[in-house]
Design a binder for this molecule. Structure first.
Ligand code: FAD
Ligand code: MLT
Ligand code: ZN
Length: 499
């Protein structure tokens, strides 16, 4: 795009959206030109804030006229650099965050229709106000938008029972790459009228169309939701516990998160108050024994949702844990006795990502495997990783029940012993930058050999694009390219991402 095209585009964007919706000052742009982890830094010519679907369509038409590339952005919490512009300074960020309307609430159909910029937390609250549940749940829900959740096909902690964002969406409204508005806001659970366009846009990371609104699927609220933190000696024990819990609880098992000892250690290192709070709660339950937080051990956070009551949920948890103790599958265990105690346990789990960011750079991975191969994978790759990169920290944790692990790797701690926080971060960054590609390849090669996926929920964005090219079959890549070419022939939408 030439500077004159750029200037004309911006002039017409101001006419369309108004001056206050077109920002070009560096200070307005900077926070949106970097990703949440601060691993991708770009430059943008402007950031635009349309308020309606028609305005979004108008912007896309202008972008086509002037050959301007648009980078869609919601809450900018993505973990793969998908919402960050490139370094050219010519791309324009199109924020969907001001599309805020609640279009329709239909309790009888158990659906809620909202625009793309409504945050996930707001959606959960709206559903709650309808005495229903929207079960998508993730650590960034206060800022992440429903448009971003659908564009990344987000997962989170409720997938085991309720599915990922794709499963929770019945219809979308989309502005195509040529500026047409497709109203696919149908609240239908069955609809076999040709190609599934909805599913094409969901998970396409802003490269095929702009999601401007969605019909979301709601569920009856369980009467009781309870959580337990359970010590396990190894991933194999976690797997055995999962088998037992699934057999006993079936659909009542709504969460099964694994945390390696090193992943909880990072919370203890950087957020001692979170760990302490967890320890106090746990101490309260166990009468002063808080060894589970103090000791280094792998653990599982298990959640049961019961249609009858909290006490029924608690008793179901206790039954499963009782049997697991009898069979020597688990060590110590803590069953929360209240919502507050449950929240404190979840807080420990959610704090891993924030504590890891505080620690410094990591190799961030997001793999999926058939459950039957997960344990072999962890044992084998842990061994190989430590042999190839002595001293690295295996911060792996995640949605074990879905076969999805964030098999993250931290730099060896001894490298920064006695250093200041700034020095430590620089040392870790240097180590990670030096070894990132080799570490990623080691993990991804094993994942592919076991018929897994290199991204379960975070998407390709910029982070995994090269790896997807390396590992996907030529046929799959060619089909993807043909879809992109058909839907976005001018390459206006999020160029350089995914493909
Ligand atoms: P953004 O980051 O703004 O954008 C993400 C991608 O979607 C980009 O490619 C962007 O171009 C595109 N996009 C955004 N909005 C639209 C739109 N309306 N139309 C078309 N394209 C669009 N993710 C999980 O899956 N599971 C988790 O458990 C999880 N936990 C997290 C915890 C923390 C602390 C953080 C920081 C992130 C976590 N994430 C998780 C990642 C992130 O929150 C999700 O990817 C989320 O869905 C992104 O939403 P967003 O609105 O921030 O999107
Ligand atoms: C999580 O499961 O906590 C998220 O996906 C974030 C992360 O991977 O760090
Ligand atoms: Zn996750």
């Amino acid at each position: 795009m030439s500077t004159s095209n750029n200037a004309l585009f911006l002039e017409q964007a101001v006419q369309l959206l108004g001056e206050r919706a077109v920002k070009t000052a560096l200070s307005d742009l900077e926070p949106y030109c970097v990703d949440w982890r601060k691993r991708f830094f770009g430059k943008a010519a402007a950031i635009l804030y349309p308020r309606t679907t028609e305005q979004v369509a108008g912007v896309v038409c202008l972008a086509n006229q002037h050959g301007v590339a648009l980078v869609p952005q919601g809450g900018n919490t993505g973990l793969s650099g998908g919402a960050t512009p490139d370094a050219s300074g010519t791309q324009v960020i199109l924020s969907l965050s001001r599309l805020q309307a609640v279009r329709h609430q239909d309790p009888a159909n158990k659906t809620l229709t909202v625009e793309a910029g409504v945050t996930l937390k707001q959606v959960q609250e709206l559903a709650d106000g309808m005495q229903l549940l929207f079960p998508l749940s993730l650590g960034a829900e206060g800022s992440a938008t429903i448009g971003g959740n659908l564009a990344t096909n987000a997962g989170g902690t409720g997938v085991l029972r309720y599915g990922n964002a794709r499963d929770l969406c019945l219809g979308v409204e989309v502005v195509s790459a040529s500026g047409e508005i497709w109203n696919g806001l149908r609240g239908l659970r069955k609809d076999n009228t040709g190609y599934d366009l909805r599913d094409l846009f969901i998970g396409s990371e802003g490269t095929l169309g702009l999601i401007t609104a969605a019909v979301l699927k709601l569920f009856p609220k369980p009467a009781g939701v309870m959580t337990a933190l359970i010590q396990v000696a190894s991933p194999r024990h976690a797997f055995e516990l999962l088998q037992l819990a699934q057999a006993k609880c079936d659909a009542a098992l709504t969460g099964f998160e694994y945390m390696s000892a090193e992943s909880t250690q990072v919370v203890i290192d950087h957020f001692p108050e979170v760990a302490r709070h967890g320890a106090q709660i746990i101490g309260g339950i166990l009468g002063g024994n808080n060894s589970m937080v103090a000791e280094r051990s792998d653990s599982v956070l298990m959640e049961i949702s019961h249609p009858e009551s909290e006490s029924a949920a608690t008793s179901m948890l206790e039954t499963v844990i009782g049997q697991a103790l009898d069979q020597q599958i688990v060590g110590d265990a803590i069953v929360a006795q209240s919502i507050a105690q449950s929240s404190a346990l979840w807080h420990l789990r959610e704090a891993i990502t924030l504590a890891a960011a505080e620690d410094g750079a990591q190799v961030k991975l997001d793999i999926a495997l058939p459950l039957s191969r997960l344990v072999t994978f962890i044992d084998q790759v842990n061994r190989e990783m430590l042999a190839a990169f002595p001293g690295v920290r295996l911060h792996n944790f995640g949605h074990f029940g879905d076969g999805n692990l964030h098999y993250n790797i931290g730099a060896p701690q001894h490298l920064a012993a006695g250093k200041s926080v700034q020095e430590r971060r620089a040392i870790y960054l240097d180590y990670i930058q030096t070894h990132e590609e080799a570490i990623r390849r080691l993990v991804h090669d094993r994942v592919m050999a076991m018929n897994g996926s290199i991204s379960a929920e975070h998407g390709l964005g910029q982070l995994r694009k090269a790896e997807a090219w390396r590992l996907k079959s030529p046929v799959e890549l060619a089909l993807m390219k043909r879809i992109k070419q058909a839907l976005d022939p001018n390459g206006i939408l999020n160029p350089g991402k995914v493909l």
